[in-house]
Design a protein around this ligand. Structure first.
Ligand code: F6P
Length: 360
């Protein structure tokens, strides 16, 4: 009987998911295996099972297509992260249902494409004896063990483009323009895009900020005849004596929804400096659209390598980009704690060397 592998996408979408699905299906074909897409996240494995065959025609155009043709979910019975990233153990009965689903579908392995939440689910599945392999996805780039997750480069490109556009309007109106970007508890998107897009101030969760420091930077620029300032703020950034801003009341069995710090910073800077300030929230634009060339290549490598892990029977592992090579690490190493920005690391140090205010 032909071997069959399942592919599932979980958590928030991001550019490159379809490129991984394509790479998995093509590489699996090279082994003579069939592949099946699980629809709607892990729920698709449960009765009344929802899947599509990933045959040759199903892969048309997937390399560049945004989102995920399989659909995804970051809520419901499979949410393994709640509140501010707290882990939740999934019921044993649910794991048994997953096993039954895999048997019923004739799957000999599952490839789970996801971030911290979905890979925490994959880890729990592995501990329950389910043959699963992980592929690291998230625009936040906050998974341990991999220098980069796919989707991050595309999100940085989007945020950098936004900064480029804000630059000219800020300059024309002599304004302070604030750009709020995603990233949850990590400042990777803000830091990379801030440096790439020439921001004057970069605020990230790892470096609590003071308004005095930001205002001093704005005043310094005014003295130099630069009557506008570009500020990029990560959604998880917070003042030294304050807390993170969440969008709304915490919902049961869901992760906290961050966002709103851009508005807070903008209002405070306007009041303190007397300058016109405007806020722009980039939001889900960072997650949509076509993946960058780097992400397409990374997704292709990740997908093909994940299939090789299945072929070698290395379950409970995740493919990881380590600069010079693609490695495999235990999924549990990737999800134990978040990979956040080192405030003394090379990019933060470079930002300071270029005169960028890091808010402290
Ligand atoms: O984890 C990816 C991410 O886009 C975060 O940067 C952001 O905080 C969150 O997901 C938004 O989630 P949702 O799409 O559920 O609003």
């Amino acid at each position: 009987m032909t071997k069959k592998i399942g592919v599932v996408t979980g958590g928030g979408d991001c550019p490159g998911l379809n490129a991984v699905i394509r790479a998995v299906a093509k590489a699996a074909r090279g082994h003579g295996w069939e592949s099946v897409g699980i629809l709607g996240g892990f729920e698709g494995l449960l009765t009344p099972r929802n899947t599509i065959p990933l045959d040759y025609r199903a892969l048309d155009g997937l390399l560049t297509r945004g989102g995920t043709i399989l659909g995804t979910a970051n809520r419901g019975r499979f949410s393994a992260k709640v509140g501010h990233g707290d882990s939740r153990a999934l019921p044993t009965e649910l794991m048994e249902e997953v096993k039954q689903g895999m048997n019923a579908l004739g799957l000999h392995a599952l490839i789970s494409i996801g971030g911290d939440g979905s890979l925490s689910i994959a880890q729990q599945m592995f501990e329950h004896g389910i043959p699963v392999v992980g592929v690291p996805k998230t625009i936040d780039n906050d998974l341990q063990g991999t220098l980069m997750t796919f989707g991050f480069d595309s999100a940085v490109a989007c945020a950098t483009d936004a900064l480029d556009r804000l630059h000219s309007t800020a300059e024309s109106h002599n304004r302070v323009m604030v750009l709020e970007v995603m990233g949850r508890y990590a400042g990777w998107i803000a830091l990379f895009a801030g440096v790439a897009g020439g921001a004057d101030v970069i605020l990230i969760p790892e470096i609590p900020f003071t308004y005095e420091s930001i205002c001093a930077k704005i005043q310094e620029r005014e003295k130099q005849g630069k009557r506008f300032t570009l500020v990029i703020v990560a959604e998880g950034a917070k003042p030294k004596d304050g807390a993170m801003v969440a969008r709304r009341e915490q919902q049961k069995d869901r992760e906290a929804r961050l966002g709103g710090i851009g508005d807070v910073v903008t209002a405070e800077l306007e009041q303190r400096t007397g300058k016109e300030c405007r806020n722009c929230v980039l939001g889900h634009l960072q997650r949509g659209g076509i993946p960058t060339a780097f992400d397409r290549a990374l997704c292709s490598i990740f997908g093909a390598e994940a299939v090789e892990l299945v072929a070698r029977g290395e379950f409970g592992k995740m493919v990881a980009y380590q600069g010079s090579h693609i490695a495999s690490i235990d999924i549990k190493e990737a999800v134990g704690s978040l990979k956040t920005v080192n405030p003394k690391g090379s990019l933060a140090t470079t930002a300071r060397a270029l005169g960028i205010c890091m808010g402290d």
